[in-house]
Ligand binder design. Sequence first.
Ligand SMILES: Cc1cc2nc3c(=O)[nH]c(=O)nc-3n(C[C@H](O)[C@H](O)[C@H](O)COP(=O)(O)OP(=O)(O)OC[C@H]3O[C@@H](n4cnc5c(N)ncnc54)[C@H](O)[C@@H]3O)c2cc1C
Length: 354
Amino acid sequence: MELAVVGAGLAGRLLAWRLNEFSKEQGLNSKITLIDEKDLNFFGTGLIAAAMVAPFTEAVNTEEVTQILGKKSYQLWQEWLPELEEQMGKSIGFNQKGTLLISHPQDDRDWQRFVIKAKHVVPEDKMQFVENEALEELEPELANSFSKGLFFANEGAINNLALYPVLNAYFARSEDVQVIENTKITVLKDNAYISELNQQFDHVFDCRGNGAKAELNQFRSVRGEVARVYAPEVNISRAIRLIHPRFPLYIAPRDNHEYIIGATQIESEIDTPVTIRSGLELLSALYSLHQGFGEAQIIDFLVGLRPTFIDNLPRIETDEKLTRINGLYRHGYLFAPALISGVLEHFKQEELVA
Ligand SMILES: Cc1cc2nc3c(=O)[nH]c(=O)nc-3n(C[C@H](O)[C@H](O)[C@H](O)COP(=O)(O)OP(=O)(O)OC[C@H]3O[C@@H](n4cnc5c(N)ncnc54)[C@H](O)[C@@H]3O)c2cc1C
């Protein structure tokens, strides 16, 4: 069976990998063609992302489905990443130290509002109030400035900068996955014929994210900006979220004192460089959190456009020969594994990949 995955961003490359593994497990003989308008090393949205997998903190201000898909994805990352690491002999890294939520005393009203919502949405055993020593135990360097926090133990962040190249190597090694780079696919139809390749497939998966906009209804992009900093004077080991009335902020730690600081959320489809305003907001909120960030070096400011439907929820649309996975918005890492496993399950029942 000839399968095409169009778009080698987050959803597309995860899907191509899992489709191939599924095909091998089942002893099928599927051939997968993965196509992108850029090359596989292009620094796209999925690499700009902080790659946090936060089913509970993200569920507080969104729909119930966030928690359901998020929990499933968290579990799948725990299964899939070690498998890939072992197979490729490379370590990727999934920081599973949880998320610590904090706020400055002057923002107590926003804090209280968040706590009320969280109590309503998050199961009791997934959220823990921490004060003084307990907070100090989690993040000693934040205990001087903050005396209370909310800890969500079952959350984490993927090292996406390692994940992408390992998947590139996986595709390069696989006999059944062919990668076609620098090829823009403009129209995808249910007949599974891709005119740019002059090739007929048995099934096509559309994972073009923002690039599929012309063929989707009620779809937009939402601009997001992050800073990447090197802070040798800061030792924070887990994802931190700062509740703030104007500049809510997260910090996702990477190895070697690097931190991703994010993220703005702007209703704009323009991906021009980060504005002074956004840069100042991100960095001043960051500095208010830990003075050691004052001496941090800015490695980069990055901008990405999040593919988003009107309700901010993801969609899988399946016709006989065309499946579209899109609308991952700010939840690509949180949703993609759950969505992909749902797609595979569906096709197993339909015996499509047989
Ligand atoms: C600042 C920021 C922070 C984020 N943080 C997080 C986070 O912490 N946790 C989380 O879960 N999510 C986060 N996200 C969201 C996540 O990055 C996105 O949801 C995810 O990348 C979307 O995946 P996708 O595969 O749909 O699109 P993309 O990753 O954008 O991939 C689409 C691919 O399709 C290709 N393409 C487009 N058009 C065509 C065409 N015509 N022909 C061929 N190829 C084409 C593109 O080149 C690209 O490679 C963040 C996003 C941003 C911007």
